[in-house]
Design a protein around this ligand. Sequence first.
Ligand SMILES: [Zn+2]
Length: 333
Amino acid sequence: MSNIITSPVLSCSACGSEGYTIQANVTDPDGEIPGEWNFRKCSNRSCELVWLDPAPLQSELWKAYATYHTHTHASSNLAVRLILSFTNRLARMVFFPIWASNGLWRETNYLRYMMLKNMPAGKLLDVGCGGGRFMNRMKRLGWEVEGIDFDEKATSKIARRYGMKTYTGDLAACALPESSYDAITMSHTIEHLFDPKTTLKECLRLLKPGGKLVVVTPNAESAGAELFGACWRGWEPPRHLRVYSVKSLTNLLRAAGFSLHEVRTSSAGAAVIYRVSAANQKKITGSVSFVFRLGLVFWSYWKELSEFRAQQTGRRTGQNLLACAAKPLNQTS
Ligand SMILES: [Zn+2]
């Protein structure tokens, strides 16, 4: 992998204000891309966008993904993987009664279907569709599903495996017909985009009036980000070009022309981020032992649970941001 050519990004792409460094010397958690990266936060209190500085030039971004879908597991030892998988299942069984009684299980399902499970089936576009598992889940609910991704390997695999229509490359360049989708989903996609506002405006054009846009992305103000600092998995430089908060994601969606139904944080699925972040932190001071990783499994589910409980008291520190917006009914294109 050749080095990525970068350029400093000192001011905010949303409002033009200067930013200050909130996180320095962050490294690629997958260990694929060399270098240390910083994140800046906009000094405008009504904006507070967080962005990568320096950031890859647009023409260099492909280099950050050259091994994205092919990187190997932390351990290639089959026995270790099986024991960890068993421990994970055991932990989930232990925690399940609590999840079922306090609402975390319902929240997890809500996210698995990107908040669309109770909506009448229609035509759906998944932007940044990756491996297509979510698309297939929605197809089983009766939706007509299409997906788009920059990764040609991913899109051709989905088309082959699930028989669903896919597109490769930039959304706007696909020139899909306007007002043709009932819903558009973006799960862990928006933080990767070079020009998110343009992509969101294209989503607005593609949605039918009243059609829904659902966005899930890491929360820069999450409890995990605060606990782990530079080791938090959600930074993921240099692939995450911006990391949002409730405020900055709300601003972005409004600027693109959406009417907002809901923007909040969610702790569903936070355990995996706690596990990876803790392992990243441990690697700095030594190796990550097998026993440590076993303990992490239970610890991570306990952290997810305590984070979820904190959200019930009005905190906005959940691992992920979750936004549900709609194309205004009076807008035809
Ligand atoms: Zn700003």
